[in-house]
Design a protein around this ligand. Sequence first.
Ligand code: BES
Ligand code: MN
Ligand code: ZN
Length: 484
Amino acid sequence: MNFALTPLDLRSLISEKTDALLVLLTSAFTPQKDALSTLIAKVIKSGDLTPKTGQMLDIYRPQGMACTRLLLLHVGEGGGVEVRKAVSAAYGVLKPLKPKALILCFLRQPAAPALRAAVTTLADVSYAYTLTKSKPEGRSIHKVTCVLPDDQARRVDFNRAVAAVAGIELAKEWGNRPANHATPKHLAQAAQDLAELPKIKCEVLGPKEVAKLGMGAFQAVAQGSDEPLRFIVLQYSGAPKSKAPVVLVGKGITFDSGGISIKPAAEMDEMKYDMCGAASVLGVFRALADLQPGINVVGLIPACENLPSGRSVKPGDVITSMNGQTIEVLNTDAEGRLVLCDALTYSERFKPQAVLDIATLTGACVIALGAVRSAFFTSDETISAALLKAGESSQDLCWRMPLDDDYAEGLKTQFADVANVAGRPGGAITAAKFLQRFTDKFPWAHLDIAGTAWKGGAAKGATGRPVGLLVDYLMDLEAPGNKT
Ligand code: BES
Ligand code: MN
Ligand code: ZN
């Protein structure tokens, strides 16, 4: 989908041939002398459009205008949430008409959140998965033109929104692909394809190299499957080498059956989404290639399947992680933390300014925060504030969770340095406490996206979260005055 940004010129807007012209109205609307304003004023006066968020009027071939349809959308005060609601309602009307091009017009200059919401929502609602359909029906919209009074004033926000959308869509696409079409090898190929883009490099390690590195925890998870593991290393170099990078670690379990501690059959298919952390890292690199910020970013993806077999790791087995800690695997379904801990140790070599891991890590996180906010855990106040801010600006929200040492009590065992599970209470937190043991060498945050990375039920599908959040987090690091 192509996005363009142009300044508002009512005369040319009226004569623009397009499948649909969406006009976003706020409560602050004051009519001018042009034909469109006059029409809107009439419509409001007549009561045909209630001035309330989500209310709309759909007009076919409006007189004196060149568009096929005019949709007047009320967006209340014009906040991000209101724009999202209105745009998604409007798409509901337009979808069956299969529009190819649309114009999204703000009559009053939108604040940054309104524009971000319009771009991301339109992309989100019009996304169509096609890879494994025999008669693919892709998205009909090819071109979206955003029109606003002062386009230059919002150029930077617009570019960021459009780049974030490209990243979100890549993450969604990989998240949605069935596990037999998104194996560790496929993910590695996707990363290698990204290395065609400017300033991006990619290196892929296989089982031999991973064994040589001593990643015993990662290997233990992968060993039950015939599909060989991949360890993906992406690098975006937008700044001199001397500048410490941010490392993003994405959980890449391409299918999580639970292993020997096998999961129940119901909804097990959804465990194809257990690589959404990895997909979000791919998405962020896609966005970085567009935005070209002056920072360095490393992406690490431990990718493998978690399956039961005669070679699988068994409950009670003790394995040794890359940094020498022994781990008693009490539950083979707590595999995410095992692949992540070795990737965290690997990230030490980059002497990072910060390491963020992103993982569909625990069902307990879904219980704690649902699908609205991703959870994050950190003991670093700077990262915490930056993540909360990025969540707000990207409208991809997150929430801080605790890391008190008392939560680690349940991970104690007689048979190893640490167990891979504690009891059920506080399951998202005890998982974070496990990971924290591998983060002594750098500032760190863990994002649990189990509740936010995909939707179940009728609208089943990956959301592309938290690509928007991560893009804003990284772009804000570049801004002058921020610590490097
Ligand atoms: N991938 C799952 C987490 C998950 C479960 C995400 C359901 C979304 C929905 C993870 O590998 C897992 O199985 N975690 C276990 C941990 C438990 C054994 C301590 C869980 O949450 O049940
Ligand atoms: Mn699991
Ligand atoms: Zn998992």
